[in-house]
Design a protein around this ligand. Structure first.
Ligand SMILES: [Zn+2]
Length: 168
């Protein structure tokens, strides 16, 4: 086995249990997991949102109007509308992406991402698997976490407005 094969074997060992974890997280929310093909999502979503949510693209920094959103409310997954974050956990990280220090309970799953060679922790909607962003350990108290989210992957619902029905 050469070095490359060893790396891929190691990667497989790491990713298989994480995949199992994602399904378990969806079950924890009590909401049925929504399984749709990429082709179906591509038909339903604007191209820019599809590329972030289902191709793991990253929007340019400072491009999202949600960076400046300061009202009370809920941020829901732009694909399946599962509530992911409460505005009370949003803060200005200065990075150019909407940032939160904590997701709603059971709302996101995580996996290791090696796209930039060094590992980062990717997180996604626990219901539909739509990619949201990456989580880092340089956030504020009380969690110390920074959930760095693509604005294109979220929709904001102001307090007092009805949450959209979950997409089925
Ligand atoms: Zn979703």
């Amino acid at each position: 086995m050469n070095r490359r094969q060893t790396f891929h074997t190691l990667l497989g060992t790491l990713l298989i249990p994480l995949g199992v974890h994602r399904v378990a997280a969806a079950a924890d929310t009590g909401k049925p997991e929504l399984v749709m093909s990429k082709a179906e999502w591509a038909r339903l979503l604007p191209k820019s949102a599809f590329e972030v949510l289902f191709e793991e693209a990253t929007e340019p920094p400072n491009s999202s109007p949600l960076n400046h959103e300061k009202r009370d409310g809920t941020y829901v997954c732009a694909a399946c509308f599962l509530p992911l974050f409460d505005s009370a956990t949003k803060y200005d990280s200065g990075t150019g992406w909407p940032s939160f220090w904590q997701p709603l309970a059971g709302a996101v799953g995580t996996k290791l991402d090696f796209r930039l060679i060094w590992p980062r922790t990717e997180y996604h909607c626990s219901r539909c698997g739509g990619h949201q962003g990456h989580v880092f350990d340089d956030g504020p108290k009380p969690t110390g976490k920074r959930y760095c989210n693509n604005g294109l992957a979220l929709q904001f619902v102001a307090q007092g407005e009805p949450l959209p029905s979950l997409r089925t």
